[in-house]
Design a binder for this molecule. Structure first.
Ligand SMILES: Cc1cc2nc3c(=O)[nH]c(=O)nc-3n(C[C@H](O)[C@H](O)[C@H](O)COP(=O)(O)OP(=O)(O)OC[C@H]3O[C@@H](n4cnc5c(N)ncnc54)[C@H](O)[C@@H]3O)c2cc1C
Length: 458
């Protein structure tokens, strides 16, 4: 008997771990690990309500898919390695299959699973399944990869083609379970409602992920203009919105890639179709970067060991979190994030730059806050992008965003700000700094701060 520990691979299509485990009878299990819920060392929640809701829906959908294949899914709460040990013992399991992920805590948990499984007499097999390019196919192993994206990408583009997707099994043989899926309350969280202003009502699960792919690429034909629209800020159409499903593995990047290739053959091949795959390579770049640098990604000075004084928690950070800085573009993005668990890439870059460059607050607090809120949180994408933005990560350039200019450029008509910042609803100058409700003034004089940055960094 095998055991399949589902992690961020919550799908039946293109799931090599499932395909391997299902060659025999197996026990499939998903664990809501208690260490993924609760307070972090930064005073934030490790998983907030938006993502917890999304994960619940994802697990429910996976269980339905496994039942359609003739099997079932065990759903447990506790510590992963203890749950695995008790199932190994209870079902006489010989081999535990699981997805491997490169970050510190994830890796630590894999080690713990291997040890407890071994103590019960089972061996463990780990499979790399979450990137577009397979780790073993890279022209240069991750340990020696280039830390700058462009040369890394060019080398990968020239030398590797993603592996083909793997079919879902025709049928599976598993025990039956009558486990409930823990409620938000049981996970220690208050439910949170999306009020309908969000870019997309993100609903967890492979079913919805595949529908979104179909809708974005084929039905709405939006891929053909992805490159031109991807920096927009409002609505469902401007980018694929696949991130939350990719992060939980409800859709595989190779599946997205194959669909893009089919679209290129059947409809159009242009800069936009290339660019979606280009973004998936950014995603890969951070995953492999974590293999190379490990826990250095969480150090204050990042992978480059930059030494800089940062501000800790305090009014600046609190107002940034709540979206009450008095800088409209920042507040709109933070309020969108708080209300929905999502905000666009352009908005993320701006709020991150504002926190670290203008407010001088420790980038790790920002990353931890995003970790709590994001529905699409992924350890490597989040901490990698934050480090990059804070100037301690993969880019040696110390670039900052002028959020006033960016707001006017990407939200010229103020539609984004007016959607999220009530105080600006009727304002003729949506991007002019303002005093948010409950405050007398913006958190800093932002124009003076940009003069300072221009002088310091050019
Ligand atoms: C400070 C900061 C934190 C971020 N945290 C996360 C995170 O936790 N999880 C996450 O998935 N993305 C993160 N991103 C990257 C990016 O903002 C989101 O992937 C993107 O906005 C999701 O929307 P989409 O699916 O419509 O993207 P699209 O533009 O349609 O891109 C397609 C896919 O490519 C991948 N991708 C695109 N841009 C990036 C990028 N810069 N880095 C890594 N992958 C990328 C995503 O999987 C995305 O779904 C972060 C960016 C910043 C600046």
């Amino acid at each position: 008997m095998n055991l399949l520990l589902f992690r961020d691979d919550l799908r039946v299509h293109d799931n090599p771990t499932l395909a391997e485990a299902a060659r025999d009878g197996f026990v499939p299990v998903y664990v809501f690990d208690e260490r993924d819920y609760g307070e972090t060392r930064y005073g934030t929640e490790k998983t907030g309500a938006h993502r917890a809701r999304f994960i619940r829906e994802t697990v429910e959908d996976l269980r339905s898919s496994l039942r359609e294949l003739g099997g079932d899914l065990a759903v447990r709460q506790g510590r992963t390695e203890e749950v695995v040990a008790s199932l190994v013992d209870g079902y006489g399991v010989d081999t535990v299959f699981l997805q491997t992920k490169p970050a510190t805590e994830e890796f630590g948990r894999e080690r713990a699973v291997r040890e407890t499984a071994r103590a019960e007499g089972a061996e463990t097999r780990r499979l790399w399944t979450h990137t577009l390019h397979h780790i073993n196919d890279l022209p240069t192993p991750p340990e020696r990869m280039n830390d700058t994206f462009t040369p890394w990408r060019k080398e990968v583009e020239a030398n590797d083609k993603p592996r083909e997707t793997v079919d879902a099994p025709d049928g599976i043989d598993t025990p039956s379970f009558d486990d409930g899926i823990p409620s938000l309350d049981e996970l220690g969280l208050e439910p949170s409602e999306d009020d309908g202003r969000g870019a997309l009502g993100f609903e967890g699960g492979e079913t919805r992920a595949l529908e979104r792919l179909e809708e974005y690429i084929w039905e709405r034909d939006l891929l053909r203009e992805y490159k031109e629209t991807r920096n927009r800020l409002v609505g469902a159409d401007y980018s694929s919105k696949l991130s939350a499903w990719l992060a939980r593995g409800s859709i595989s990047p190779r599946r997205v890639y194959e669909e893009v290739k089919r679209y290129e053959d059947e409809r159009v091949s242009n800069d936009s179709t290339y660019w979606l795959v280009f973004e998936l390579r950014w995603r890969d770049f951070f995953q492999f970067g974590f293999v190379k640098h490990g826990s250095a990604f969480f150090a204050p000075g990042g992978i480059r060991g930059v030494s800089r004084e940062w501000r800790g928690r305090g009014e600046r950070f609190e107002r940034w979190c709540k979206g009450t800085t008095g800088v409209p573009f920042v507040d709109a993005a933070m309020r969108e994030l708080n209300a929905t668990g999502y905000t666009s890439n352009r908005a993320r870059q701006n709020v991150a730059s504002f926190l670290v460059d203008v407010l001088g607050v420790d980038w790790r607090l920002g990353a931890a806050y995003f970790e709590e809120k994001l529905v699409d949180y992924d350890v490597a994408s989040n901490w990698g992008n934050w480090a990059y933005q804070a100037g301690v990560g993969n880019d040696s350039r110390d670039r900052y965003f002028n959020v006033l200019k960016q707001g006017k450029r990407y939200d010229g008509d103020g539609g984004f700000v007016r959607t999220w910042v009530e105080e600006k609803e009727a304002s003729p100058n949506p991007h002019e700094p303002y005093a948010p409700e409950g405050y007398d003034a913006p958190v800093v004089d932002v124009r003076t701060e940009y003069d300072r940055l221009a002088e310091e960094r050019g």
